[in-house]
Design a protein around this ligand. Sequence first.
Ligand SMILES: Nc1ncnc2c1ncn2[C@@H]1O[C@H](COP(=O)(O)OP(=O)(O)OP(=O)(O)O)[C@@H](O)[C@H]1O
Length: 280
Amino acid sequence: MGNVVRIRSDAPKNRQSCMNTNCQPLLSIRGAGRNYNDGAGNTKIALSRVGLDVLPGELVAIIGPSGSGKSTLLQLAGGIDSPTTGSVDVAGRRISDMTEKERTLFRREHIGFVFQAIHLVPSMTVVENIGLSSIVSNHRTVDWKAEALVLLQHLGLHEYADKFPDQLSGGQRQRVGVGRAIFGNPSVILADEPTGSLDSGNRDIVLKLIRHAIDDGQRTGGLMVTHDLQAASYADRVIAISDGIIIDQFVNTAAQPFNGQRGGHDHDERIRSWFTAISL
Ligand SMILES: Nc1ncnc2c1ncn2[C@@H]1O[C@H](COP(=O)(O)OP(=O)(O)OP(=O)(O)O)[C@@H](O)[C@H]1O
């Protein structure tokens, strides 16, 4: 914790350049709610009337206490689950109206997931794990391996291409997890505690990779759930949720660029107090 988040009221660079060119959000959530039945006949409201947009080139962090609805929001954004009310659009397509099969096919092409529990396929090599979406989809191309190998080079893991996940360290496995999410240039990267199990050095590597994938070409947006202030410092905006609703929002003009230069040492007491509250 410390002086790593710098908040300003003016819009950050990525959002400004996007607004100048009138670009459309890559992720648009409108009035989204999700209720669960708790099994005893009671309705549990996990999320209520949530609205947010993620623009091309923008990384948005979601913070909030345990049980506040962060994972539910990410699942709706990724079409893993459907909202009880409201809508979710990704790359201009209404995924909340799709059938499960349509969503599965759409996800492979447009959405990259990074999980804390990385979920690599143990029986597949590193390069096969990177190109997984291409391997399992009908759009498999002869070039998938060449593309995956280039990505592995960027991840600094080229020499591990033919190894299996259990031959890698935790940090290396998460880099492969990020590579798998980036592979195929998805419209949206969704990350659920991507740095949760990593030491500080590997956290920085993984966050820079995510940031770079979003900055590169400005054709991708990202939504990241995190309890980690270091991770939030890489986001353009930080959204705080509690009891299933958005309660606060911060703009971060010092979002970490890919070259790793920190943007400054000012900070907003509001965001620090949120992290303090969450860590209690
Ligand atoms: N499948 C489910 N059935 C019933 N209730 C659920 C289900 N999934 C989530 N919930 C409830 O919805 C609320 C929000 O859960 P969610 O997992 O989104 O929170 P979270 O903010 O991600 O929590 P954490 O930080 O602990 O992972 C919680 O009260 C949870 O118990």
